[in-house]
Write a protein that binds this ligand. Sequence first.
Ligand code: ZN
Length: 144
Amino acid sequence: MQRHTSSPNENFTIQSFFDALRNQGILIGALCNRCGWKMLPPRPACTKCFSTELQRLQLPKSGKVISFSEVHVSSDAFSRYVPYIVAIADFDGIRIPGMIKNANVKKVRVGALVEVRTKALSKISGADGLSQDGPEYWFELAGE
Ligand SMILES: [Zn+2]
């Protein structure tokens, strides 16, 4: 017999993250109401205290670069982008990696503000016959 259960936090999933990225162009995470831990992408339970008392957290529009590097030699998957800039940016306590596009590396600084840009790629059909969405995000220098 199959049991059907539902969780109050069933929308705190990786699917909800990709849905918000594709449909609204935003990055969402979760904030733990018990201990204040922030998670991105959202998870059904806090990764620090295991509480399921969570609320949706939307990242602020801009974050601060805390580290960056220009890549000249990459794996095959990214070779078409060479040279490209990768960074870690802090969005109000959540640090995420990303590529900084449309920027001259000489203008990138630790502490510079970046904004998240998103694009919903068209459906990609895999060899297994399944198709998947390919939403993508990257950073651009704020005000550029
Ligand atoms: Zn917690």
